[in-house]
Design a binder for this molecule. Structure first.
Ligand code: ATP
Length: 372
C-alpha cells in the first residue's frame, strides 16, 4: 500500500434540504480494502455513486490516480460497481453476463474467452458458465456479479451492500471469499455496509459515517478500542457508558470519581480537574464476582482488593461461549457485562438478585469528554 488511488477532496452533495455529504475528504490507498460504515441515510451510497460517476458532486472533487474525474462518465472511469441487486441480464447465461463489458469494449473472441474463464475461476463458477441467472442461488448470482465487475481488471471495485440479500451463513462465507479475492487480485475495494461485523471482518480500514460526515477513519481495531467519540463507540458493538468527574491529574492518567467510586483512569487525553467525562467499557472488559463468594473465600476477596463498583444482578443471558449479565449498580446505573465460561465455573454463576462486585482490566477504559 502506498499512494492513494481515489481521493475525495472536500466533497459536498446536497439533495434539496438534505445534505448527503458534507465536505468529505478521504484518501483511499492502493490495494486497500476500505469500508464506509454507517446507518441508513448517512451518505455512504452517495459517496460510492460519486466515485463511480453516477452522480456529480456540488462542491469538491474526485481524483482517481491523481486525475480529476469531473465530467468523466462512469464507463470511462477505471472503476466498477457491484450492486446490492446484482443487476444480472436475465436473458444471458453466466458466460455472456461476464463477457458483456468486454464485448462492448470491442475485445476479441480469444481474449474474451480467456478473461471470462479467469474471472469465473476466481469466483468458483467455472462449471456454471452455461447457466441462466434464474437457475442460480443468491450466492451464485452474487459471484457472477463480482466476476463481471473484475473481468476487465478495474483499479477500484465499489461494492454497495453486495451481501445484504444473502442469508446469514452464506453472507459469512461470501465475506471470507470477497476478502480472499481482494488479496488475490490486489485491487482496491471500497465497500458500503451498515453491518459493523461485516466491516470489521473484511476491511483494512473502516470509515464511520454519520449525517454525511466522517466521524472516524481507522483500522477495525482502532475503531473498536479507541473510538473517537460516543457516536462511534455506540455504533460499533455494545458499550457501557459510565459517568465520571476528573479529581486529580496523575502519571499516565487521572484519579476520578466514576459512578460514585474513586478509580484511576489511564488516558493520554488532556482533561481538566473538575471536568465531566464518559468512561466507556465494552461488556467483555468487565470482571464480575458474586459478593457471597468473596466473603466465603478469602482468596477471592484478596484477588478483588481492587473492587470498584457494586451492584445487583437483574438478568442473565446464555450466549454460547459467553454469558451476559445485566447489572444495576448501586447508584442506579445499568450495565452489561459479558463473562467467559472458565474452569472457575462456580464463581461465574450469576442469578437475579445476586450482589456482585464489578471490576475491569485497568487501562481498558476509553475516556472521552462528556457530550451533552
Ligand atoms: P442506505 O444504507 O439506506 O442506502 P446511505 O447511507 O447509503 O443509506 P445515501 O443513500 O447516500 O445514504 O443517502 C444520504 C441522504 O441523501 C439520505 O437522506 C437520502 O434520503 C438522500 N438522498 C440520496 N439520494 C437522493 C436522491 N437521488 N434524491 C434525493 N435525496 C437523496
Amino acid at each position: 500500500m502506498s499512494h492513494s488511488v481515489v481521493d475525495l477532496i472536500g466533497v459536498t452533495k446536497v439533495f434539496g434540504a438534505e445534505t448527503a455529504l458534507a465536505d468529505i475528504t478521504l484518501s483511499i490507498k492502493d490495494g486497500e480494502f476500505l469500508t464506509l460504515l454507517g446507518p441508513s441515510g448517512c451518505g455512504k451510497t452517495t459517496a460510492l455513486r460519486i466515485i463511480a460517476g453516477f452522480e456529480p458532486c456540488d462542491q469538491g472533487e474526485i481524483r482517481i490516480d491523481g486525475r480529476p474525474m469531473a465530467g468523466i462518465p462512469p464507463e470511462s472511469r477505471p472503476v466498477n460497481t457491484v450492486f446490492q441487486s446484482y443487476a444480472l441480464f436475465p436473458h444471458m447465461n453466466v458466460f455472456e453476463n461476464v463477457a458483456y463489458g468486454l464485448r462492448i469494449a470491442g475485445a476479441g473472441k480469444t481474449e474474451i474467452e480467456r478473461k471470462v474463464a479467469d474471472a469465473l475461476k476466481l469466483v468458483r463458477l467455472t462449471d456454471m458458465s452455461d447457466r441462466m441467472p434464474a437457475r442460480l442461488s443468491g450466492g451464485q448470482q452474487q459471484r457472477v456479479a463480482i466476476a463481471r465487475a473484475i473481468v476487465n481488471n478495474p483499479r477500484v471495485l465499489l461494492l454497495d451492500e453486495p451481501l445484504s440479500a444473502l442469508d446469514h451463513r452464506l453472507r459469512k462465507q461470501m465475506q471470507k471469499e470477497l476478502k480472499e479475492l481482494q488479496r488475490t487480485l490486489g485491487i482496491t475495494f471500497v465497500l458500503v455496509t451498515h453491518d459493523q461485523e461485516e466491516a470489521f471482518t473484511m476491511s483494512d480500514r473502516v470509515v464511520v459515517m454519520n449525517h454525511g460526515r466522517i466521524e472516524q477513519a481507522g483500522t477495525p481495531r482502532e475503531i473498536y478500542e479507541e473510538p473517537a467519540n460516543l457516536y462511534v463507540a455506540r455504533f460499533v458493538g455494545d458499550i457501557n457508558v459510565l459517568d465520571g468527574v476528573i479529581a486529580e491529574a496523575g502519571s499516565g492518567g487521572y484519579r476520578a470519581t466514576v459512578e460514585g467510586v474513586t478509580v484511576f483512569l489511564k488516558t493520554a487525553r488532556p482533561f481538566a480537574v473538575g471536568e465531566s467525562v464518559h468512561v466507556m467499557l465494552r461488556p467483555e472488559d468487565f470482571r464480575v464476582e458474586v459478593m457471597r463468594d468473596l466473603q466465603d473465600y478469602p482468596e477471592l476477596a484478596e484477588k478483588f482488593s481492587k473492587v470498584l463498583l457494586t451492584g445487583t444482578v437483574d438478568r442473565t443471558f446464555y450466549k454460547g461461549a459467553t454469558y451476559d449479565v445485566e447489572i444495576s449498580l448501586d447508584d442506579g446505573k445499568h450495565i452489561l457485562a459479558s463473562q467467559f465460561f472458565d474452569e472457575d465455573a462456580e464463581t461465574l454463576y450469576f442469578h437475579p438478585g445476586d450482589r456482585v462486585a464489578v471490576g475491569w482490566f485497568e487501562g481498558w477504559e476509553v475516556v472521552l469528554p462528556h457530550e451533552g
